[in-house]
Design a protein around this ligand. Structure first.
Ligand SMILES: Nc1nc2c(c(=O)[nH]1)N[C@H]1C(S)=C(S)[C@@H](COP(=O)(O)O)O[C@H]1N2
Ligand SMILES: [Mo]
Length: 406
């Protein structure tokens, strides 16, 4: 068996002008994914020097919807870029010096990390976890690897990228007509290192154009068939999306059912009480007591980290009023605990800015009815501009604590 050489791959799609164009789109996507991913990370793992607030209520819904949609769109983009560029794998000589070595190593890391992010991200959106590691921690760490290798890759390749983007995909036609090509010398069809060249009279321009058009159409298609999980009017189109935001009890999807959380008994027990703990002491309130406190209404979305989101109308007691009942000062955090015995989402912390918001509720009702058991009956937290994972269901205890962030 003989190992192929770059020049053996004859398709006109294997061309730096194609690679650079798809690469520019992919680079833009990576920037959007990194920023929106960082937003989600900082919500779930806050740092002292940065804090989000409850307004605007739709911000997390937007950033996370963009994150997951753009992530899905990376599937065709990544495949297209790999297809256009993979003949470079067979370059000879394999290493032409330190710059070339850095370039090739960064490409290896880039391809591995990007593929890993797209695959694990898409599987996570479908709630498929064929691995043992923590998706959240590893997806976050790998994001830095992607960011770093993109920076190195773009840095090393800048002259080639710039030249390739400046030249039109049908420059070879110009050559045929005897006009000088606009492609920069450094971006001439695969640098001559291994003798690759495109045959004279090459008529690949229409193939390249067709390929780029197909990539653009497929990418837009993926977006159109996914965004329906967060943009309600497009829900009927969302055949690629794992969730229909309108399907579920009381018109809202459920990620974790009461059965899966193991709380069915405790949540329907008439002896359930909300335990309120604060500097002024502890109080235990039955659902009747909570209803008697007077309910506020909030229109707040559930925005799941997995990309689906839906607005819902909740009635409940304002968390700041509950905090006041046990000596809260109006500037404290509130820790929320679930009846659920284990799992990462049995507990959340409402920062003081959220506690103070009108729309931060211990919700008792949804869409005008008592909460469905799967939506957190007898009581669950809803707050504006929060990841779904922090909207704790089946609440059993709320503790007023000194604020952590300034
Ligand atoms: N106790 C508890 N609360 C939870 C969860 C959980 O697993 N346990 N899942 C969260 C997630 S991931 C989401 S998206 C929202 C979904 O709320 P819903 O089922 O009412 O739509 O609940 C959150 N609250
Ligand atoms: Mo979620």
């Amino acid at each position: 068996m003989t190992v192929p050489r770059t020049a053996d791959f004859r398709s006109p799609v294997h061309d730096p002008r194609v690679v650079a164009r798809v690469g520019a789109l992919l680079g833009g996507a990576v920037l959007v994914l990194f920023t929106t991913g960082l937003v989600s990370h900082l919500h779930q793992d806050p740092v002292s020097w940065w804090a989000f607030g409850p307004a605007p209520s739709w911000a997390y819904r937007l950033t996370q919807g963009v994150h997951v949609t753009v992530g899905f769109a990376c599937v065709p983009l990544l495949l297209a870029k790999l297809y256009a560029a993979y003949p470079r794998l067979f370059e000879r000589p394999a290493l032409r010096g330190w710059r070339h070595a850095v370039e090739r190593a960064s490409v290896a890391v880039l391809v591995a990390a990007t593929t890993f992010q797209v695959v694990t991200g898409v599987l996570n959106a479908f709630q498929v976890y064929p691995w043992r590691f923590s998706f959240v921690a590893v997806h976050y760490a790998a994001a830095w690897v992607v960011a770093g290798s993109v920076l190195v890759h773009v840095g090393v390749k800048l002259p080639t990228i710039a030249g390739a983007l400046r030249s039109s995909v049908d420059d070879l036609r110009r050559e045929e007509r005897g006009e000088p090509p606009r492609v920069a010398a450094s971006a001439a069809p695969w640098p001559a290192g291994d003798g690759a060249s495109i045959p004279a009279g090459d008529d690949g321009a229409s193939t390249r154009r067709g390929f780029l058009a197909a990539v653009a159409a497929t990418t837009l298609g993926v977006v159109a068939l996914t965004v329906g999980q967060t943009v309600r009017p497009l829900a009927p189109l969302a055949v690629l999306a794992p969730r229909d935001p309108g399907v579920g009890p009381q018109g809202l999807p459920v990620n974790k059912t009461a059965h899966a959380a193991g709380v069915e008994q405790a949540a329907t027990d008439p002896g359930w009480r909300l335990e309120l703990v604060g500097p002024g002491g502890t109080r235990r309130l039955a659902r009747q007591d909570l209803l008697a406190l007077g309910l506020a209404t909030a229109v707040v979305p559930i925005a799941c980290v997995e990309g689906w989101s839906a607005t819902a109308t909740w009635d409940g007691v304002r968390v700041r009023d509950l905090a006041r009942l046990v000596g809260g000062t109006g500037a404290d955090d509130v820790r929320v605990e679930s009846l659920q015995a284990g799992g990462s989402y049995r507990e959340s912390l409402l920062p003081a800015a959220y506690v103070a918001a009108d729309d931060t509720l211990l919700a008792l009702r949804l869409a005008g009815e008592d909460l469905d058991l799967d939506h957190g009956y007898p009581a669950r937290v809803v707050a504006p501009n929060r990841p779904g994972v922090l909207q704790t269901k089946w609440v059993t205890r709320m503790t007023v604590e000194p604020a952590r962030a300034a």
